[in-house]
Write a protein that binds this ligand. Structure first.
Ligand code: CP
Ligand code: NVA
Length: 315
């Protein structure tokens, strides 16, 4: 089956799941499943032959870097790893001038940075698609891969209950948007003071009117996981929060995903973690290495979903 390059995505940025409608999100997921199958069957799919992706990383990465780099290669294109340390950006060249310059050489830019506004600024001035590889606010490629993984395991997203246990962070924000666009119920179980941002909840709830997803926040993690189909967690201290990591541990002690907590979810619940994990903190070895855990399938799907995103926006 030939890949259908829906022109509706051509030239667009991929900055937030919120920017795409439910049909578009569903299309990207199906496209990624198709690409995964082609890859597994050894069928070449060089739909981005001769195209180049610049990858700007202001924060460390294992999965995002490797999956984007391998992904563009499998699509017939070429990756450039750009470290701001080595670029004039690190010496004060503006984001605007960087965007205008890179647009003359590249066909797409993937960026991982701290401030979400920097990504918006880059996208405003770049004339090529900008893909968000994580900011302090959102992690949309992660959650697209997560939706794909849940779809593979549960065959549907509508009516699925996902319990996110931990900090109301970038991953939690994108999960709320992802649930809202696909009809998946998302409950965030987090300590008081660490809730997801109110503006995200409001925007996601608005999106959810179209799909029927239920989105809510509770303080009791055990209440959150009750009857869940998916139990999801992430580090308590995200990149850039190293100074407050110790302080946060005190607030999150009850939010560890362990056997006792998992027992409250459905027996066939899948356990997810965007990784990297702090084993023994937000998740025990027993759960992470246990039969419900699918964290490495989840990591693999970053490759397939990002290939779909690149193929569609950089076509
Ligand atoms: N999940 C994720 O984005 O991992 P990396 O930080 O290793 O890219
Ligand atoms: N919330 C984590 C996700 C890492 C992939 C962070 O921002 O560090």
């Amino acid at each position: 089956m030939a890949l259908a390059m829906n022109p509706v995505f051509k030239g667009r940025d991929f900055i937030s799941i919120h920017d795409f409608n439910p049909d578009e999100i569903a299309y990207i997921l199906q496209f990624a499943l198709q690409l995964k199958k082609m890859q597994q069957e050894g069928k070449p799919h060089p739909v981005l032959a001769g195209k180049t992706l610049g990858m700007l990383f202001q924060k460390p990465s294992t999965r995002t870097r490797v999956s984007f780099e391998v992904g563009i290669y499998q699509l017939g294109g070429y990756p450039l790893f750009l470290s701001p340390k080595d670029m004039q950006l690190g010496r004060g060249e503006t984001i605007k001038d960087t965007a205008l310059t890179l647009s003359r050489y590249l066909n797409g830019i993937m960026i991982r940075t701290f401030s979400h506004d920097e990504v918006l600024e880059l996208a405003e001035h770049a004339t090529i698609p900008v893909i968000n590889g994580l900011t302090d606010f959102l992690h949309p490629c992660q959650v697209m891969g997560d939706l794909m993984t849940i779809l593979e395991y549960k065959k549907t997203l509508k009516g699925i209950k996902l319990a996110f246990i931990g900090d109301g962070n970038n991953v939690a924000h994108s999960l709320l948007f992802g649930g809202a666009k696909t009809g998946m119920d998302v409950v965030i179980g987090c300590p008081r003071g660490y809730e997801p941002r109110e503006e995200v909840l409001q925007a996601a709830r608005q999106d959810a009117l179209e799909t029927g997803a239920r989105l809510w926040v509770v303080e009791d993690p055990y209440e959150a996981v009750e009857n869940a189909d998916v139990v999801y967690t992430d580090v308590w201290a995200s990149m850039g929060q190293e100074k407050v990591a110790e302080e946060k541990e005190k607030h999150f002690a009850l939010f560890q995903v362990n056997r006792r907590m998992l027992d409250l979810a459905k027996p066939d619940a899948i356990v997810m973690h965007c990784l990297p994990a702090k084993r023994g903190r937000e998740i025990t070895d027993e759960v992470m290495d246990g039969p419900n855990s699918i964290v490495f399938d989840e990591a693999e799907n970053r490759l397939h979903i990002q290939k779909a995103i690149m193929a569609l926006v950089m076509q």
